[in-house]
Design a protein around this ligand. Structure first.
Ligand code: ZN
Length: 587
């Protein structure tokens, strides 16, 4: 509530500061009568390189909790950058594809259309991933001889990314390079085309046909393959007394071949022999995968001379391992604490590399996360608070039973995916005219343990004005045709779980709901044009792309986010004293 009320006044201030910024920038570019000598030749008008970093599943409070133990890049971002301490996604679908698309475009899922990692395709009557491309001419390809399956692109992304707008609006001078373990992260950060968008699939680096392949990635894939880390061990990197939580995370489900306690050896399922599927799972859940991504990013800077060309280049890395570790061990684990210590070191190395190759002050960094995570329900229950597991297959059975007397298609429910309930063709249209049956369905859903509320599609369409932040969050996630017919809001600390009845949950915990533990993430900006400091006003990660666009002097078509003008430096006031009222606004 406070967020939306504040943002109106905030937006007005932002507009004022932005116009001041644009005014001053235009004076620096020589449109005014000031002598050229008045501008500092050492300050470029635009960043040479934009670096976007996403730490998958990094909760906002990890910075507050663990900052004191960091000495590398994460610490530097806080100390030398702008730290937005109250950043949160204002929508319900707090998932990877959604968060990356939001950060990349500056729009909410109601605009960019990436409503989940995967959703029910009503036409095809099957689940589709957010990057699955049905175009038969598109193919995934692998580096170092790998042959990945499928075809993944950004064709379902309804608006251009910041990166592709940058390239398009600056005469194609921009190079776009992205890396992640996940296709849905590398692709959404890049956009529809790129010089390279690279992800990890089946033990090797992969890309697809709309994206370029790069010799330096081929070289790295051959000389430093993931399997070279076979036999290494992930051990605690700080003294034992530095860790906040117990040796074993309650309710954790580690990858095959790992115990609940450190050290975690990367030796696959059996602990001997050749890398197997379990090894790659362990590798992805270890700091070694983050290091591999960091090395690729550094190689990209070297091989392509990023930040040295005529335009502004774009480099993005989404670090996936915090997410895997979080799903397995939960947020209250030594594993999460330790992998952040290791990531802090990697980021320190990356920034040192950028300082050397691109030059301190010539590049701008934005770091955020795509979503947070809920504590493992069994762990949360220890506190006495209401927490649990919301079994989606049970919910589906309840709804089927409830509609049985009303003569509907069987099954009436086509799919429940996360909080979205999709009915079989024609069923929801009929239910909307059949108030008695619809009421019975809603009552049945509300009777499922852990369900707090049920929303109907027609309540979310066109983002209705509402006083309820949860209702608004649901509406910000709603994209016609892709979203469900009904939507479950779980109670706080209730995990949505699709594990078939009678089977053991294969993971510790998850995310994807409109509560702060999933929505609150860090937003850190550092470098070119950024005014360091701590900022406490509520913002969203959708503000990152418009802010980068302002720094680069481009325009995004549609955006739900706004420019974080408070964190933009007023351009070097080496020239004449600032014009009184225009030069004065805040900071
Ligand atoms: Zn994620």
């Amino acid at each position: 509530m406070a967020r939306r009320t504040n943002s109106i006044g905030h937006r007005t201030i932002s507009a004022l500061v932005l116009s001041a910024l644009i005014f001053t920038l235009s004076s620096l570019t020589g449109a005014q009568t000031r002598p050229p000598a008045a501008t500092s030749p050492r300050v470029p008008a635009k960043p040479k390189l934009v670096v976007l970093l996403v730490v998958d599943q990094m909760r906002g409070d990890y910075v507050d909790k663990f900052l004191g133990q960091w000495t590398g890049g994460l610490k530097r971002l806080v100390e030398e950058g702008a730290w937005f301490r109250d950043a949160a996604f204002p929508y319900a679908a707090t998932e990877t594809c959604v968060g990356h698309a939001t950060i990349s475009t500056g729009a909410f899922p109601a605009t960019h259309g990436m409503v989940a990692n995967a959703w029910w395709d009503r036409k095809e009557q099957k689940m589709v991933t957010c990057t699955a491309d049905p175009d038969p001419s598109v193919k995934n390809t692998g580096y170092a001889g790998a042959t990945p399956k499928g075809a993944d692109t950004a064709w379902r992304l309804a608006v251009p990314s910041f990166a592709e707008e940058l390239k398009f609006q600056t005469s194609e001078t921009t190079r776009i390079v992205t890396f992640s373990l996940k296709a849905r992260a590398a692709i959404t950060m890049a956009g529809h085309k790129a010089d390279a968008a690279t992800w990890f699939d089946g033990g090797a680096w992969a890309t697809s046909s709309p994206y370029g392949t790069q010799p330096f990635i081929e070289e790295q894939a051959k000389s430093h393959p993931a399997k070279a880390d076979f036999g290494k061990t992930w051990s605690l990197s700080l003294p034992e007394s530095a860790y906040w939580y117990g040796e074993k995370a309650l309710g954790a489900v580690p990858p095959d071949g790992w115990d609940l306690t450190f050290p975690h050896p990367l030796r696959g399922k059996m602990g001997v022999g050749e890398p197997d599927g379990a090894f790659y799972e362990q590798w992805a859940s270890s700091p070694y995968a983050d290091t591999a991504l960091t090395e690729l990013a550094e190689k990209a800077v070297d091989a392509l001379n990023l930040g040295k060309a005529a335009g502004t280049d774009f480099l993005a890395v989404s670090y996936s391992s915090v997410d895997y570790v979080g799903h397995e061990f939960g947020p209250r684990s030594r594993e999460i604490q330790d992998i952040l210590v290791r990531l802090d070191k990697d980021l320190g190395d990356l920034f040192a590399h950028l300082d050397q190759k691109v030059g301190r002050g010539n590049y701008v960094v934005a770091l955020s996360a795509d979503h947070g995570v809920v504590p493992i329900p069994e762990d949360m229950q220890k506190t006495g608070a209401d927490a649990g597991v919301l079994h989606l297959p049970e919910l589906q059975e309840r709804i089927e039973k409830a509609v049985e007397p009303f003569n509907y298609a069987k099954p009436a429910v086509a799919r429940i995916s996360g909080s979205d309930i999709y009915f079989a063709p024609g069923v929801y249209d009929k239910l909307q005219q059949d108030h008695a049956a619809l009421q019975v369905v809603l009552d049945a859903a509300l009777a499922q343990p852990g369900v707090a509320a049920v929303y109907r599609a027609e309540e979310l369409r066109d983002r209705p004005a509402t006083q309820s932040p949860v209702h608004r969050a649901m509406a910000n996630s709603y994209f016609p045709g892709r979203s469900g017919d009904l939507f479950i809001l779980p109670k706080p600390y209730w995990l949505l779980d699709g594990t078939p009845t009678g089977k053991q949950r294969s993971y510790g915990t998850g995310h994807g709901v409109p509560y702060n533990y999933d929505q609150h993430v860090p937003v850190l900006l550092m470098g070119f044009g950024i005014q360091p400091g701590q900022y406490s006003q509520p913002i969203t990660p959708a503000d990152i792309a418009p802010t980068l666009a302002a720094l680069c002097g481009i325009t995004l078509s549609s955006r739900d986010g706004h420019v974080l003008a408070e964190a933009l430096k007023r351009p070097a006031s080496t020239s004449a004293p600032a014009k009184s009222s225009l030069g004065a606004p805040r900071n």
